[in-house]
Design a protein around this ligand. Structure first.
Ligand code: AMP
Length: 218
């Protein structure tokens, strides 16, 4: 199975784009953040371990993440095209993924860096809301508002603000992104799979990615 990676600061739109492309072209969206939030909701030990880090905006230890990703890859089908959102987050995770991919008979075909100015990222995050039940993402400003306030359009679940979407934690998450994740640019440039994408507009972002993948949306 092959893999595509979406890199970008929190609020760059990785989750939204991956969900749209899942609908449009059938990629398999793998978000380590969603997996961790689901583990917390279900009260699993891995969730309890991760929560303290997430609440502070710190990275969850690499061994926890890589175990989770490995299980997800092993559950995949050979024809799957995975789109990782929020993983890898640092060079160590990227190296571990490089070890895992050949074992799954695949490789990383594209790494997209979704670039958005800092002030837009902060505005997006402070207005972001998420469905507690199915993880659908909304924004209180613009076209992504829930149709009924506080309720998910998809499943009717409660729409809430993520605990780590507060001002203090967001500032730390942005620092962590620049310190830990930004070095992946060079890492993937060296491998010849890196593509920068202007991600200010959702549709434009998706078109750029589809074009790079040699696909078109329906
Ligand atoms: P996200 O939903 O991608 O914004 O992730 C939310 C939080 O989950 C992050 O701030 C981290 O605490 C944790 N997290 C998600 N993915 C990873 C990862 N690949 N490595 C370490 N921590 C992660």
């Amino acid at each position: 199975m092959h893999a595509i990676i979406l890199l970008g600061a929190p609020g760059a739109g990785k989750g939204t784009v991956a969900e749209d492309l899942k609908q449009q072209v059938g990629i398999v969206h793998v978000s380590t953040g969603d997996m961790l939030r689901e583990a917390i909701r279900a009260g699993r030990p891995v969730g309890l371990e991760a929560k303290a880090y997430m609440d502070k905006g710190e990275l969850v230890p690499d061994n926890v993440i890589i175990r989770m990703v490995q299980e997800r890859l092993e559950a995949g089908k050979p024809e799957d095209r995975f789109m990782f959102d929020g993983f890898p987050r640092n060079v160590r995770q990227a190296e571990l993924l490089d070890d895992l991919m050949p074992k799954c008979g695949g490789r990383i075909t594209h790494v997209f860096m979704l670039e958005v100015p800092r002030e837009i990222v902060i505005r997006r995050i402070s207005n972001r809301r998420v469905c507690r039940q199915c993880g659908a993402v909304y924004n209180l400003i613009g076209s992504m508002r829930p149709k009924v306030e506080g309720k998910c359009d998809v499943c009717g679940g409660e729409v809430y603000q993520r605990a780590d979407d507060n001002e203090v934690t967001v500032a730390n998450r942005l620092d962590v992104f620049h310190r830990e994740t930004a070095p992946l640019v060079e890492y993937y440039q060296a491998k010849g799979v890196f593509v920068r994408v202007d991600a200010r507009d959702r549709r434009e972002t998706e078109l750029q990615i589809l074009q790079q993948l040699g696909l078109s949306s329906q």
